[in-house]
Write a protein that binds this ligand. Structure first.
Ligand code: HDL
Ligand code: ZN
Length: 412
């Protein structure tokens, strides 16, 4: 049915909110992984984004803050960012959206009263409640075999939950070969520092074992802004001899997350990372020299976004995704998503949540959908004004591309 300018807004709003999303990058875990799954108000309030914001508002020294219990840390954040100030930042507003989504009275200021709501929940049922409310089909995790807690979880229970899919994350392998050698040796792989043929074979064995166990949707790495390729580093040799051929053989895309200046303030721990504008010649060479590989790419710096759109126009084996981390704010999501539609049409994945706490699906996706509705209303209105007639079925098809189909066709 052809839509009119009068009906366009409500049709787009309804379709975007009713279209399930695939959340292709998160730090969530299924209940079977035990304490790795963060959820509830105290985990929400101690999210590293809020720790960084909270520390700015009050004079508590960081070592004293880290000596507090999680509940005390949550109380500190609640006091300084919610009670003494309106929770106006995106991460603060997100907590408010989460509370509203589960029916907690927004006038409730007692953290203990809020806690009592979560204490009464069944965790397994709450997982289903959150995914249903957020209209998220499933979440792709970040699974790092170099993390002992992660390894232990996989050794205890294979992944068997329809709402959670794996992604094999391998930062140490590419960002810190020296450290990886001892970690891999501890795991029983006969590798050495000079990356000879034996070591290359052992890296492949590592990739095979964890791919067979995790059945990841894609391989992933987070790279610093100065990532270069090719160069005479061990990183280039690990990529060329091990990871890229393996990914091709297993038909696995490789997610490149570029632009993190890791630990610019180590005292902030997980909140201590920064951002840097990345040099993208390496990304261009990866796409050019490896046409048989598919690359999912997200960049952390706002200054790299237009360049990423241009590179994506040159390489169909590159799929841009998400408004990552410091970009996951309305003002930047607006700018980046408009740019991508104007230069790439529908051929990109607009968002991932990067959620670390289960409940965050209840804000990260509604906040994004609202922005996407605004942008699509503007873009379809422009199209109708230019003379194209748009049907409801076409809008439904296009929205599904952005929110799930592009991921599922690029990542079989
Ligand atoms: O490397 C990553 O996957 C990043 O998303 C980091 O986990 C970061 O700490 C984060 O949580 N960003 O939202
Ligand atoms: Zn992440």
């Amino acid at each position: 049915m052809t839509v009119t300018p009068q009906t366009l807004n409500s049709i787009i709003d309804n379709i975007v909110h009713c279209t399930p999303v695939v959340d292709m990058h998160t730090h969530l875990y299924p209940p079977a992984f035990g304490p790795l799954l963060q959820w509830g108000i105290d985990d929400l309030l101690t999210y590293h984004y809020l720790v960084a914001e909270g520390i700015r508002t009050a004079p508590m020294p960081l070592d004293r803050f880290w000596s507090l219990t999680k509940k005390e840390q949550a109380g500190y954040v609640w006091e300084h960012l919610f009670l003494r100030r309106a929770p106006i930042s995106e991460a603060c507003r997100g907590v408010v959206t989460c509370l509203q989504a589960v029916g907690i009275d927004p006038r409730e200021r007692s953290l203990d009263a809020i806690r009592s709501f979560y204490q009464g929940l069944n965790r397994e049922e709450y997982v289903e409640t959150v995914f249903t409310k957020a209209n998220v089909k499933y979440a792709v995790m970040t699974n790092d075999p170099f993390d002992p807690a992660e390894r232990q979880a996989w050794e205890k229970a294979p992944l068997n939950h329809p709402r959670f899919h794996a992604a094999l994350r391998m930062d140490p392998l590419l960002m810190n070969w020296e450290t990886s050698v001892s970690l891999l040796r501890d795991m029983g792989y006969e590798v050495n520092h000079d990356l000879n043929d034996k070591s290359q074979g052992e890296i492949r064995r590592f990739l095979e074992k964890w791919t067979d166990r995790m059945k990841p949707r894609y391989l992933a790495v987070s790279l610093t802004p100065d990532f270069l390729y090719p160069d005479d580093s061990l990183r280039t040799r690990v990529l060329d001899a091990c990871i890229l051929p393996f990914a091709r053989e297993r038909n696995l895309p490789f997610a490149l997350m570029i632009g993190v200046r890791r630990q610019i303030n180590p005292a902030l721990k997980l909140a201590g990372d920064g951002v840097g504008r990345a040099e993208l010649s390496g990304l261009i060479q990866l796409c050019l020299q490896h046409p048989g590989n598919r690359f999912l790419v997200t960049l952390l710096s706002r200054e790299n976004q237009h360049e990423l759109c241009v590179i994506a126009r040159k390489f169909p084996n590159l799929m841009p995704f998400g408004c990552w981390w410091f970009l996951n704010n309305p003002s930047l999501i607006e700018e980046i998503t408009r740019q991508r539609i104007e230069m790439l049409g529908w051929s990109f994945i607009p968002q991932h949540s990067d959620a670390r706490v289960l409940d965050q699906l209840l804000y990260k996706w509604p906040h994004f959908r609202r922005i996407l509705v605004r942008i699509l209303i503007e873009k379809y209105t422009d199209l109708v004004r230019s003379g194209w007639n748009v049907t409801e079925e076409e809008i439904r098809r296009d929205a599904a591309r952005l929110l799930s189909d592009n991921f599922e066709s690029f990542v079989p």
